[in-house]
Write a protein that binds this ligand. Structure first.
Ligand SMILES: [Zn+2]
Length: 312
């Protein structure tokens, strides 16, 4: 059983402000060996309004279930909101999850500066069965800003974790907001809240793990780490993964991809292969994982964190 606890499905371009569509094209172009224009066409073709393409991708790479996360980039640049309202964007994600109930879970998403943020979370959880709240601090606020605290209170009340992007992010997002240290206050002030820190801080992972090690209510995922392997730093990646498991325990580190669901996504397949078939030379170098650690990593921890059925 492989649960991908953090993915994105792009249903249509109206879920984003125009600038972010273009930004993501240039961010991904070099990774896929394409020009920005080619990437734009590829992404356009990959738009997946009903989630069917994502299900095909999961089947192709061997992923059983996935949590689809809504992102709200609408307040990053003043006056350049998402093309659709955030209520409608969340609702369209819910429709996708509803269409594939045996495949998907929902993480509702909203910028905490929106006046109706609490309402969106409540509707998402109570009416649509959302399993988490997705927050994106790089959009312009610190996780420990008081403006976010009512959202945390709501999540404690509803019994759901908060999934945060952590680690550096491309412009116009600001990386200072997602530095691991800012999650420490939240973990202290909300001991009953589970802080799910995606990417484990990525380039700032030592700080993220240091903070998480001292706070039992922080869990991390390993999404976004394929770039280490691709840059020829394969051994460093497996060492870092092993280090994180040693520091947090295997029950606080989850598998995730953060895939953006491109048709026949080569990154998704490569990432699954990297974590499911550890190369012999890595094992010979002494980096190994036990069966029970792998079970925690691929499904057991996400079942606990997201309150999923244990007998899946
Ligand atoms: Zn993500």
């Amino acid at each position: 059983m492989i649960i991908d606890s953090h993915v994105h499905v792009w249903g249509n371009k109206d879920w984003l402000p125009d600038w972010s569509w273009n930004m993501l094209n240039s961010l991904q172009a070099s990774r896929f060996g394409k020009t920005i224009d080619e990437m734009a066409i590829y992404r356009e073709k990959s738009l997946d309004p009903d989630g069917d393409s994502m299900v095909r991708n999961m089947h192709r790479v061997g992923v059983d279930k996935a949590m689809i996360c809504v992102v709200d980039y609408g307040l990053v640049i003043e006056g350049e909101d998402n093309r659709l309202s955030i209520e409608e964007i969340n609702h369209q994600h819910y429709e996708i999850v509803k269409r594939h109930p045996d495949k998907f879970y929902l993480a509702v998403g909203v910028d905490p500066r929106r006046p109706n943020a609490l309402e969106i979370i409540e509707t998402g959880v109570k009416e649509w069965g959302a399993k988490a709240l997705k927050l994106y601090p790089a959009a312009g606020w610190y996780p420990n800003d008081m403006i976010v605290y009512p959202l945390y209170e709501k999540c404690v009340e509803l019994g759901i974790p908060v999934n945060f992007h952590t680690g550096p992010m491309a412009s116009p997002f600001r990386s200072k907001y997602t530095h691991p240290i800012h999650f420490d206050d939240v973990a202290v002030d909300f001991p009953e809240l589970t802080l799910y820190c995606t990417h484990a801080g990525h380039g700032s992972f030592m700080e993220m793990i240091a903070v998480a090690r001292s706070k039992a209510n922080i869990v991390c995922d390993l999404s976004g780490w394929l770039s280490w392997i691709r840059s020829g730093e394969s051994l460093s990646f497996y060492k870092a993964w092993r280090y994180m498991m040693n520091m947090l325990g295997s029950n606080r580190l989850m598998f995730a991809s953060d895939t953006t669901n491109l048709i026949d996504d080569i990154e998704y397949a490569a990432w699954i292969k990297a974590v499911t078939s550890i190369p012999e030379e890595i094992k010979k170098a002494g980096i190994t994982f036990s069966d029970s650690e792998m079970e925690d990593f691929f499904s057991k921890t996400s079942k606990r964190v997201l309150n999923l059925d244990e007998n899946l």
